[in-house]
Design a protein around this ligand. Structure first.
Ligand SMILES: NC(=O)c1ccc[n+]([C@@H]2O[C@H](COP(=O)([O-])OP(=O)(O)OC[C@H]3O[C@@H](n4cnc5c(N)ncnc54)[C@H](OP(=O)(O)O)[C@@H]3O)[C@@H](O)[C@H]2O)c1
Length: 249
């Protein structure tokens, strides 16, 4: 099966292309680095020729509110139009658990806009809602740092390894369209302040972690369940400290 992975050179995309190829699929990485740009439309029609499935794991170079909204609206609009033209039968995209519970967050709002375009496109689709990737943990700690201390709310947190994400997305891509969503999360659920206390200790990072119920997550206040699946979710198998030990990241 020909499966085009938009953002196939990125963190999840490159893992996904490798896994799909291992399973005998014709997986094609599409991104500006391979001559395909969903913002301008460059190379899109060519790469989609003969594709049965498109997986979109692209990401905005800027997380600034207006820029990220413009990225996901424009790129998703161009991509869905090109897929309709090419007769693609399944569009898969990765979004974030809890987008609809935190619409005041600029990045989450942009992901909601992306999902809405997909849902009304008429193309059979599957949305994979994931919790935060392990690979993103250091960025979250840095974003939460105020005067040298890492401020974290004591809310539920259940991050997942990029490898587990790629596995779940791959399974979804080769399955029948859900015309709905599946949620995925890591195998361990703990409080965010506790997670970062353990993580910083394991990183050998001397910053203190301050438990702060009003600590903001990329500008938004969190409630107990903002970032975790509320209903059934598919769980990964890789534990954070094992992953850290094996990758050194
Ligand atoms: N980080 C998290 O914790 C988290 C949690 C849940 C969901 N997600 C979602 O997961 C997805 C994948 O994230 P990631 O961390 O794997 O992304 P990433 O490593 O930042 O990779 C982004 C990819 O997007 C491509 N890209 C950028 N601009 C493009 C354009 N104009 N046209 C086509 N491709 C373009 C990049 O291509 P080049 O290499 O050519 O620049 C790269 O391949 C994102 O949609 C994100 O919203 C993330």
């Amino acid at each position: 099966m020909k499966i085009v992975v938009i953002g196939g050179t990125g963190l999840i995309g490159s893992k996904l292309v490798a896994k799909l190829t291992e399973h005998g699929h014709e997986a094609v990485a599409a991104s500006p680095n391979t001559g395909v740009n969903t913002l301008t439309g460059e190379g899109l029609a060519e790469v989609l020729t003969g594709a049965q499935v498109v997986v979109d794991v692209s990401n905005s170079p800027s997380f600034e509110r207006a820029a990220v909204l413009k990225f996901f609206e424009t790129s998703t609009g161009n991509l869905l139009a090109a897929e309709a033209e090419a007769g693609v039968g399944h569009h898969v995209a990765v979004s974030i658990v809890g987008t609809e519970r935190m619409p005041d967050n600029g990045y989450f709002a942009a992901k909601i806009a992306q999902e809405q375009l997909i849902e009304k496109s008429g193309i059979p689709f599957s949305l994979v809602h994931s919790t935060q990737f392990f690979e993103f943990a250091r960025g979250i700690a840095d974003e939460g740092t105020v005067d040298g201390k890492v401020h974290m709310a004591p809310v539920l947190f259940q991050p997942i390894a990029g490898d587990d994400v790629a596995k779940a997305v791959g399974r979804t891509a080769v399955g029948s369209p859900l015309n709905g969503r599946v949620e995925i999360a890591g195998p361990e659920r703990l409080r965010m302040d506790e997670f970062f206390r353990q993580a910083l200790a394991a990183w050998g990072d001397p910053r203190e972690v301050v438990t702060d119920p009003h600590a903001r997550y990329f500008g938004s206040e969190l409630s107990e369940q903002s970032l975790v699946p509320i209903d059934d979710a598919t769980l990964g198998t890789i534990r954070y400290l094992d992953w850290l030990g094996s990758t050194g990241k």
